[in-house]
Write a protein that binds this ligand. Structure first.
Ligand SMILES: [Zn+2]
Length: 106
């Protein structure tokens, strides 16, 4: 897995650029909603992919260390990675960053 958490999301002429290879053709696959009942609480993840909705309570995965986040998962035509563009809450600020890249196993 490639760590892309330090990559700043790039948009060129309104097009989101793949954080791994710089390709301009990415496709969103699913949406993840990371919610905590309170700061530092357990994460509840709601994953939406097409008509399928899954909820996981007590998940360890969360782009925000202490609060909430929303992630849009993309795959790229130029490489085989899967990446998540995350909107992350941290100390009252909102950050936009790539959360992870995994090898495409589909
Ligand atoms: Zn790519």
């Amino acid at each position: 897995m490639t760590d892309l958490s330090t990559n700043t999301p790039q948009i060129i002429d309104g097009v989101l650029i793949c954080p791994a290879c710089g390709h301009e053709y990415t496709h969103h696959r699913s949406v993840n909603i990371y919610h905590r009942q309170h700061e530092d609480g357990d994460t509840i993840i709601t994953r939406v992919s097409g008509a399928r909705v899954l909820t996981e309570i007590g998940a360890r995965e969360n782009p925000s260390r202490r609060r909430d986040a929303i992630g849009i998962v993309f795959n790229c035509e130029g490489c085989e990675c899967i990446s998540e563009l995350a909107v992350v809450q941290h100390k009252g600020q909102t950050f936009l960053r790539w959360h992870r890249v995994e090898k495409n196993s589909d």
